[in-house]
Design a protein around this ligand. Structure first.
Ligand code: TPP
Ligand code: MG
Length: 364
């Protein structure tokens, strides 16, 4: 999502520098939809993006460099400068069908891709996106009906960003939930918070696997908001300020960034939550020994014996401390040398049970 946003921020800069050929559209605030849904696809699966799905292209493997070059219509771009904007694909490697229209035409096209994959026994899923406005076109209905009757392994993401250019969704669809459109074709649908990338991913993953298993097409309505105008030329002054403020506070990147700041509890309810990974108590307590120690070492560290591990070990006593520093060590400030101080405070003792490192020192 951060890459998606950074690439689009850069393109706004290029647009201001007059380097972008054609229009420039923004998916600001909708990144969780493109990214979360595309992550649900496997490499062999196919997608066809719309203008606000650069995030999906990046997830599928398109390089930011190609996105920039394409928008600047450079010779070295995916279409060799023959088109600007997002009209490019990659049929050979990344399995991306180039967009042909914003307004539903990709639905029958991707239904055909899904059917072809099934015919070839590839177990692929095809995915595309449609806007709230695009869901009212004739080809949306024809395409989805065709996908449904063919039980095509096809997932359609309906990005309800509340606006189709300057038309609010309320003025073009008499439905609270656009997911309800699925009922007309006898297919299943989901509704998901389009600003919650984890929810989007898990919903899309379930839908993709159901489609792959042969359950037919699935429609997902992702609810979000178009934060910018339709394109760069549109200041979108028709959008109420309060509406914009409400959605700006629900920025999908800011929301998912909380995941990085740690786990914490804000109320009593939290304590009912038990971590799924919690291990059985026996596994986290120190292991109990099943055998009794049968070995003893006679005179170990007692000072008797003839050296080796039985050699006496001294530390911290006056004699060894003075030997270390030297008898004539003098301090410049008149205080007793550190070693003599140590000799005074450290009790004279002989180590009875030497640690492994102490006995090594004694031997060495
Ligand atoms: C036949 C046709 N009419 C109009 C347009 C211009 N147009 C492109 S996208 C769009 C609005 C799409 O709104 P929506 O489907 O909600 O998608 P969003 O822009 O919100 O992502 C319009 C009017 C077009 N491309 N083709
Ligand atoms: Mg819209």
């Amino acid at each position: 999502m951060r890459l998606n946003r950074a690439v689009e921020d850069m393109m706004v800069k290029l647009f201001r520098q007059n380097k972008i050929v054609g229009g420039l559209y923004s998916s600001l605030g909708q990144e969780a939809i493109s990214v979360g849904t595309a992550y649900a696809l496997e490499k062999k699966d196919w997608l066809a993006p719309m203008i606000r799905n650069i995030g999906a292209l990046l997830v599928k493997g398109v390089r930011p460099r190609d996105v920039f070059m394409q928008h600047m219509a450079k010779y070295d771009s995916p279409t060799k400068g023959k088109d600007g904007t997002s009209h490019f694909g990659d049929l050979d490697d990344l399995h991306i069908v180039s967009p042909i229209s914003m307004l539903g035409d990709l639905i029958p096209v991707m239904t055909g891709v899904a059917m072809a994959g099934r015919y070839l026994g590839q177990k692929i899923v095809a995915m595309t996106w449609i806007g709230d406005g695009g869901s009212s076109t004739g080809v949306f209905h024809e395409g989805l009906n065709f996908a449904a009757v063919q039980k095509a392994p096809f997932v359609l993401i309906l990005e309800n960003n509340l606006w189709a250019y300057s038309t609010p969704v309320r003025k073009q669809v008499p439905l609270e939930n656009l997911a309800d459109r699925a009922k007309a074709y006898g297919i299943d649908s989901y509704i998901v918070d389009g600003n919650d990338v984890v929810a989007v991913y898990s919903t899309a993953k379930e839908a993709v696997e159901r489609a792959r298993a042969g359950e037919g097409p699935i429609l997902i309505e992702a609810k979000s908001f178009r934060r910018m105008g339709h394109a760069q030329h549109d200041p979108a002054e028709y959008v109420p300020k309060e509406m914009r403020a409400h959605w700006e506070a629900r920025d999908p990147i800011a929301l998912s960034e909380f995941a990085e700041t740690g786990v914490y509890c804000t109320g009593d309810d939290c304590h009912k939550i038990r971590a799924k990974w919690e291990r059985p108590i026996a596994e986290v307590t120190p292991p109990r020994s099943s055998v009794e120690a049968v070995w003893t070492v006679a005179g170990f560290g007692s000072g008797k014996g003839s050296g080796g591990a039985n050699a006496p070990i001294h530390f911290g006593d006056a004699q060894s401390a003075e030997n270390t520093v030297g008898n004539d060590a003098k301090s410049a400030n008149g205080r007793k040398p550190a070693a003599k101080l140590a000799a005074k405070v450290a009790p004279k003792k002989t180590v009875k049970a030497a640690s492994a490192s102490a006995s090594r020192k004694a031997r060495g």
